[in-house]
Design a protein around this ligand. Structure first.
Ligand SMILES: [Zn+2]
Length: 511
């Protein structure tokens, strides 16, 4: 339990990964996900299946375990992955946070559970603005620490306004809780007087999101190597792949090395790690399977039981990267091909789910997908369907998985049999993280020949018990999160940048 004595530490967060090409989001979208004020933050964290991210829960638990303190919960706003935050709602949030921080003074520390890849409709760096606001309120002497997602885009303002930034080291993100615990340990050291120093480098490299897995490949190897360099002096190494679709001037793989005292040591480690990545930057190119080959493969598996089952990631329509979760390229072609044993989820269409709930289990009707969708990628699709299962869509994330133990709300959910394809239709946009997104609704993953998920990579941890990495297919379909960077009109990046500008060069700074 939290203590009512000891140092006063503010807790707040804007947790948003903004795809600049996706529709803007305001208060309504945050309320649908997570928007907690004051004591509701502590109540959610202690409830067993919290809605807010694991970093904040890890931070609170570890502070509770390591001595007296007084948590000062401010605001936690988590919009997941979506479009830019409207400048109006951002301004409201920042003003409210500032007022609450001022009212809570004197504070001894500030902890942010930030994502770190937000953009607003007017500002490419609202995370930096928010950190600077907190620094302005508490002054230069009070520790300000933030955890960050591995897909954060790190700006100079974010570095200058904080004392320490700690990023996830896994993708899928299965270490969020541990990074919150680490932030609490650092906070304790800082309350005892430590002032860490950070070396920071950014490479001109926007690695496509599918090239940022940590279980294998150059990115994971350098993160792992970095961890062998942690010692009494080097306290944290964060290597952030970044979020390409933010399209900001501070995009690019970021290297942060925090040392307890020795900035020269931090710089030397930072430069070495950045050089190791740059030496192999040409490996950061996606290896996607063409859409038609994905359909042919599904037919082969349907017709030949000797072939292993496979999972197709619809990486270009990943709600975890701001995708709408409702493109029909795969659905329409698999349906037309009549590929048997295909299950597909989770498809975001609140109007269709509501219609299915009104008709009831067993009813057949003409399902009209995307009747209320404007995005040009999300074309309409009509087909005869039978309603197999209905649910309120409330569940708990499974272990292993990047939402293990967390409360998940898919909104009213319907399982539709659309020809040979079984589709899980949800009402609150999000990516498909683990087999529970099918099995909780009576759809067997074990019996499927082909599973299609609306996810870029986070499904890999949860579905690992069914599918080894060799059974994963990344599909090259159109969409808001296509790893084909040539599909977008980039305006924010500092150019040249790899792989958009193949001749990009980089040399380390003369520190
Ligand atoms: Zn991420």
């Amino acid at each position: 339990m939290s203590r009512t004595t000891g140092k006063r530490i503010a807790i707040l967060a804007l947790h948003l990964e903004s795809n600049r090409f996706a529709p803007p989001v305001g208060r309504a979208e945050f309320e649908e996900k997570v928007l907690l004020y004051g004591d509701a933050i502590l109540a959610d964290s202690a409830c067993g299946h919290p809605r807010q991210g694991g970093t904040i829960t890890g931070f609170i638990d570890a502070m509770n375990d390591t001595g007296p303190w007084t948590p000062v919960p401010i605001i936690v706003a988590d919009g997941g992955a979506a479009g830019p935050i409207t400048q109006d709602f951002y301004g409201e949030l920042e003003d409210d946070m500032r007022r609450r921080l001022q009212a809570a003074m004197p504070l001894d520390g500030v902890y942010f559970g930030q994502h770190g890849a937000a953009v607003s409709t007017e500002d490419p760096d609202p995370d930096g603005a928010m950190f600077a606001m907190a620094r302005d309120v508490v002054g230069p002497a009070i520790p300000v620490i933030s955890t960050l997602d591995l897909h954060a885009n790190v700006s100079e303002t974010m570095i200058q306004a904080t004392d320490l930034l700690i990023a996830y080291r896994t993708n899928p993100h299965v270490d969020q809780y541990e990074r919150g615990v680490e932030a609490a340990g650092a906070m304790r050291e800082m309350l005892d007087g430590l002032r860490p120093v950070t070396a920071f480098l950014r490479l001109p490299l926007v690695a496509p999101q599918v090239c940022q897995l940590t279980a294998s490949g150059p990115y994971g190897a350098v993160i792992e190597h970095g961890q062998t360099l942690i010692d009494d002096e080097v306290m944290n190494i964060s290597i952030l792949g970044g979020f390409t679709y933010g399209d900001t001037p501070h995009n690019g793989m970021a290297f942060l090395v925090a040392a307890r005292r020795d900035i020269a040591r931090a710089r030397s480690v930072c430069r070495d790690l950045a050089e190791q990545i740059w030496a192999q930057h040409e490996r950061f190119t996606p290896n996607l399977t063409p859409l038609n080959s994905c359909i042919a493969g599904a037919l082969d598996r349907a017709n030949n039981p000797a072939l292993p089952a496979a999972i197709i990631a619809d990486v270009a329509d990943n709600p975890g990267g701001g995708g709408r979760g409702n493109t029909v390229w795969l659905l329409e072609k698999l349906h037309r091909a009549g590929a048997k044993g295909v299950v597909l989820g989770v498809f975001n269409d609140a109007a269709l789910a509501a219609e299915a709930h009104a008709k009831g289990i067993g009813a057949s009707f003409e399902a009209h997908f995307n009747r209320a969708e404007d995005d040009p990628h999300s074309a309409a699709f009509r087909a005869n369907a039978t309603i197999r299962h209905l649910s309120d869509g409330k569940m708990v994330g499974r272990d292993p998985g990047s939402r293990a133990g967390m409360a998940i709300d898919l909104g009213p959910t319907a399982v539709l049999q659309v020809g040979t394809v079984t589709v899980v239709v949800i009402s609150i946009r999000q990516q498909c993280i683990d087999p529970g997104y099918f099995e909780n609704f009576g759809v067997s993953v074990a019996d499927a020949r082909t599973v299609v998920v609306k996810s870029r990579g986070h499904f890999r941890a949860g579905f690992r018990p069914y599918f080894s990495p060799g059974q994963v297919i990344e599909c090259d379909a159109p969409g808001l999160t296509s790893p084909n960077l040539a599909n977008f009109e980039w305006t924010g990046f500092a150019r040249p940048i790899y792989p958009l500008d193949p001749e990009t060069t980089w040399s380390p700074p003369d520190w």
